[in-house]
Design a binder for this molecule. Structure first.
Ligand code: ADP
Ligand code: MG
Length: 573
């Protein structure tokens, strides 16, 4: 809370100072203010998609140019008042960014960055060829009476952009963005609609760049393809974000202000060498301080992402209410029939039937490479079966994406740990709880209750890498349980746990089954699960080779045969 007050005070102070300069200073200083506020707006907007969502873009300048032209044409052709033209430009860019984002954000890493670069060039070529935009010669627009009004508007826009980031960093949307950047697959498994979240960030980011572009055009009174889509704008924006601190709320503000002022000061003294000095300084900064200015010690603690909600001891709500568990006519909540998966020539799963009833615990065991994890990937919709069908509560769930399936009640853990490095233990569980609870407050209560139940409350504010491996696994189970699942899929969740930790997990799982949750637990070795499961199913070479009570399955000659040659210990221990 105090953190929010301090941040708001700093932002208000900056905005007030900007407005006062815009109102009173000489034209040179006002222009400097305009370009600094422009830099901050662009940096903050770029950081939303490039830093907070983790999709580095080399083409945000495309939206800047689009906004500049849209604003200019709205003022010229429709004679719209300039503030309205700017709003229109922002809306247009955000609107166009929706379908573009749905396509472009399928790419990742360097492919997305280059795709965006290409997009900006395409826009530039289109604008260059059109008559209405004035072609290569560009177009003039009525200039502002004086620079004061546009500078004030730019300061207001920058302030609004920062306020928006402050709000996002404290919201469910911000939590989802942080999770998406850390691990998109784990986020989807926690019920996050990753595609929607990143497209929303992309649209907001495009809108900000376009508003800045429209104001820029109004300020200069002229726009042409070379200045509207200048690669240097893109480059400088990225440098400012990197210098300030990528992914943080205040880093881009810091970077925008410092680099703008620095480059102006350098330009005044060394007009010819300015670019070289700036480039060298940036290189130096990147090497010496990869986290940017925001990573300098006292700043780094002040500027860290604010923690979202806190563990409330003795939260009144018990563990989240289980999803109403409905079974099909045969009594199974989850039923797979003839499920198969081939990867090219490799048949990973070959016609497996699997069914589990509400409140039941089924152990799935088998040697390495038997197809166990592939089976889970298909059930949780991360991979499409090549044959067979999966029914959840009696209904086919072929076309459901993973996050919807997670919300509907099929939760899973992963064989290799998939935790979010930048989310605290509490936030990790909160993320999943917020996928089920409509009210964020209810999700916080549910997360607190679940942490208490899983004995993770003491670690609520820690980050996953500060936990011992066994507790990391426990956190993954807690994250899955926060979805209040009807079916819980555990992939070797107890591997590497101490006996005490296994006992704790067993207690947690038993409590879940009492609320009706069905559990399918993959274990490489049976002892970890034997005392818990009433039934075991053994896979080998993608097929079920035995099924029944654990003790009976273990003495099955087929099973012994499958485990022979390196894995005898697994059965004996
Ligand atoms: P388990 O979890 O029982 O150890 P997996 O389901 O991970 O087994 O793997 C089953 C088989 O499928 C293995 O032979 C593995 O090499 C193969 N496999 C799994 N995933 C892929 C993939 N993405 N591409 C190709 N082969 C795969
Ligand atoms: Mg596996």
């Amino acid at each position: 809370m105090t953190r929010l007050i301090i941040e708001s005070a700093v932002l208000s102070g900056l905005a007030l100072a900007g407005l006062m300069i815009a109102a009173g200073a000489n034209a040179y200083v006002v222009q400097l203010l305009f370009s600094t506020a422009l830099a901050v707006t662009l940096a903050v907007g770029w950081n939303l998609i490039g830093g907070m969502a983790g999709y580095v873009s080399f083409g945000q300048v495309g939206f800047f140019g689009l906004g500049a032209y849209a604003g200019a044409l709205a003022m010229l052709k429709w004679a719209l008042p300039w503030p309205l033209a700017i709003v229109l430009a922002a809306c247009l860019a955000a609107f166009l960014a929706w379908p573009l984002g749905r396509i472009m954000l399928r790419l990742s890493g360097i492919f997305f960055a280059l795709g965006m670069f290409g997009l900006a060039r395409v826009l530039q070529i289109i604008v260059n060829a059109l008559e209405i935009t004035g072609g290569p010669m560009g177009t003039s627009i009525p200039t502002a009476e004086g620079p004061g009004a546009t500078a004030m508007a730019m300061v207001a826009l920058a302030t609004g952009a920062v306020a928006l980031m402050m709000a996002i960093s404290r919201s469910r949307f911000g939590l989802r963005l942080a999770a998406l950047r850390d691990d998109a697959i784990a986020a989807a498994a926690a019920g996050v609609d990753t595609s929607r979240v990143k497209v929303a960030a992309f649209c907001l980011s495009a809108g900000l760049a376009a508003a800045a572009g429209a104001l820029y055009a109004r300020n200069v009174g002229y726009i042409d393809p070379a200045s509207g889509f200048a690669g240097t704008i893109e480059l400088q924006t990225v440098l400012m974000v990197l210098a300030g601190g990528i992914g943080t709320v205040w880093g881009p503000v810091l970077g925008g202000i410092v680099i703008s002022l620095l480059s102006t000061a350098l330009w005044a003294r060394f007009p010819t060498e300015q670019q070289i000095i700036l480039g060298a300084l940036t290189l130096l900064l990147a090497v010496a301080m990869p986290g940017g200015l925001a990573s300098i010690p006292p700043l780094s603690t002040w500027l860290r992402r604010p923690m979202l909600g806190a563990f409330t001891p003795g939260a009144a709500t018990p563990a989240p209410a289980p999803a109403a568990v409905a079974a099909d006519h045969a009594g199974a909540v989850l039923a797979c029939r003839g499920l198969g998966k081939r990867f090219g020539g490799v048949v990973a799963v070959a016609g497996v039937d699997l069914a589990v009833a509400p409140g039941e615990i089924l152990a799935v065991i088998g040697p390495n490479g038997a197809g166990k994890s592939t089976l889970f990937d298909m059930i949780s919709a991360f991979s499409a079966p090549t044959s067979g069908e999966i029914r959840f509560r009696g209904a086919l769930c072929a076309a459901m994406p993973p996050h919807l399936l997670a919300r509907a009640g099929i939760a899973r853990t992963f064989q290799t740990s998939r935790l979010f490095p930048h989310l605290t233990v509490f936030e990790t569980v909160l993320l999943a709880a917020a996928s089920r609870q409509h009210r964020f407050r209810d999700a916080q209560q549910a997360a607190s209750a679940l942490l208490a139940a899983t004995d993770l409350a003491d670690d609520a504010e820690r980050f996953p890498d500060a936990l011992p491996p066994g507790r990391q696994r426990l956190l993954e189970i807690a994250r899955a349980l926060a979805l209040a699942p009807a079916v819980l899929l555990l992939d070797e969740a107890m591997a590497g746990m101490t006996a005490a930790e296994i006992a704790r997990v067993h207690a947690v799982l038993r409590a879940a089954t009492r609320r009706g949750t069905a559990i399918v637990a993959i274990e490489h070795v049976l002892p970890a699960i034997a005392s818990l499961a009433a039934r075991a199913q053994v896979l080998d070479n993608g097929q079920t080779i035995a099924e029944g009570p654990p003790a009976q399955v273990l003495s099955d000659p087929m099973v012994i045969e499958a485990y022979l040659g390196g894995d005898e210990m697994a059965l004996a221990s």
